[in-house]
Design a protein around this ligand. Structure first.
Ligand code: CU
Length: 69
């Protein structure tokens, strides 16, 4: 994870393919909304994270986020 914007509830992530969004790119960096900004307290920029993302009315939204083990 590259960057956290806690005030805006957004994160910048570098990610690989995401099947449910039909993103096949090998690797790209993009900004996502976070459904529950409270999860941002558990991670910091530079952490490797696992996440789930859905296409919602407000845009691509991270619904689960945790530090990768
Ligand atoms: Cu992407």
């Amino acid at each position: 994870m590259k960057k956290i914007d806690e005030a805006a509830g957004k994160i910048t992530l570098k990610h690989g393919p995401i099947k449910n969004l039909n993103m096949d790119e090998e690797e790209m960096t993009m900004v996502f909304r976070v459904a529950d900004p409270a999860v941002l307290k558990q991670v910091k920029a530079g952490d490797k994270v696992q996440f789930e993302v859905e296409r919602q009315t407000g845009g691509l939204t991270v619904t689960k986020l945790q530090k990768a083990k």
